[in-house]
Ligand binder design. Structure first.
Ligand code: ISE
Length: 339
């Protein structure tokens, strides 16, 4: 990699998130350019590449990663394809920003972590973008001052307008609550030790067979409880809220009060409709931070360990949902590279 020229990025997966990242790298952030895109759908890859100067289209991630103008990889393909893409990136010793989930289950996440550890240095930043959201960053900074005392409980609400047709009941945990799993670990600095999933009455707005909403309780090794209302067919908007209750006070984010209007005897505002809108600033800052640190030869942000821990907690959560009981989380010992 030449530090004096823009970082050449291969974006693997040009679906909703991948295409949004291509736009972001091409038009929003600085210091990088998209030099290759990869998609199993050749036409889709070519259509995206056609909109970016000097960008080539591929159907095979290995071919893109072998190209001379590719210095780093952004993986935004579906979760089950991440392991192969990451292992190929490791063969080329390329830095990677990998969208969440790192991989869909703990065993594959462990394989990825072991392969990275074998390189002897970190290569992967996992795309838990909430860690870059201004409100989450402020909440974390406040907790770190210790002014609120020890955190006892974290209440999270996570609502989507509607779930996509391929969404399953377990994906409410592995695809959606995965964010609160990471946010809980990061905000509190605790590991999650057990998961319980309660199931209220199905909403009439949920597609046939989908257990929506769900109520998830995460226990931590610091003695805190973090609960998550996950409701992916709420119909009215995209809401992510969190309130931490500490010994000396509480703090809350996500009320979306950036603009409140008062008019004709009413007051109110608008509700975001999806995560690309609600977390636009977080995605921009996340990708910019990754580009900046990569150009300096550093790797920061959520690690492969964080991706593995989230996968293990979500796997326990899916079992808790299926069996209707509390399931303990079993993590391997944290390798020295991630301490
Ligand atoms: C989606 O994959 C995301 O990552 C969104 O942030 C989340 O709100 C949504 O529920 C997931 O399906």
């Amino acid at each position: 990699m030449n530090r004096f020229r823009p970082l050449g990025i291969a974006v693997v997966g040009t679906g909703r998130m991948g295409a949004d990242h291509v736009r972001r790298i091409d038009r929003v952030i600085s210091g990088a350019r998209v030099t290759a895109v990869v998609d199993i759908d050749a036409e889709r890859a070519e259509a995206v590449a056609a909109g970016v100067d000097g960008c080539t289209a591929h159907t095979d991630p290995a071919a893109a990663m072998a190209a001379a103008d590719v210095d780093a990889v952004l993986v935004a393909s579906p979760g089950p394809a991440h392991e192969a893409a990451l292992l190929t990136a490791f063969e080329h010793d390329l830095p990677v920003l990998c969208e969440k989930p790192l991989t869909p289950d703990a065993a594959s996440a462990l394989r990825v972590m072991e392969a990275e550890a074998a390189l002897g240095h970190r290569r992967v930043q996992v795309g838990f973008m909430r860690r870059y959201d201004t409100e989450y960053v402020r909440l974390k900074a406040l907790l770190e001052t210790g002014r609120l005392g020890r955190p006892l409980m974290l209440h999270n609400r996570h609502r989507n307008v509607a779930s996509p047709p391929f969404f399953t009941s377990s994906m409410l945990i592995s695809d959606s609550v995965a964010h609160e799993v990471d946010a809980t670990r990061w905000l509190l600095g605790h590991e999650i030790t057990a998961v319980t999933v309660l199931r209220p009455t199905r909403s009439a707005g949920a597609p046939e067979g989908l257990r929506d909403p769900q109520f998830v309780v995460l226990e931590t090794d610091g003695g805190a409880l973090s609960d998550v209302e996950i409701f992916v067919n709420c119909g009215f908007g995209y809401q992510v809220q969190a309130e931490v209750v500490c010994e000396l006070g509480t703090a809350r984010i996500g009320d979306g009060h950036a603009l409140v209007t008062t008019m004709a005897g009413r007051w109110g505002g608008t509700v975001a409709q999806d995560w690309t809108e609600r977390f636009a600033q977080a995605y921009d800052d996340e990708v910019q931070a990754w580009v900046d640190t990569t150009r300096r030869g550093e790797v920061t942000g959520p690690s492969t360990w964080d991706g593995y821990a989230a996968a293990a907690v979500c796997e326990a959560g899916v079992r808790a949902l299926e069996d209707g009981r509390r399931v303990a989380v079993d993590l391997v010992e944290r390798p020295p590279l991630y301490r």
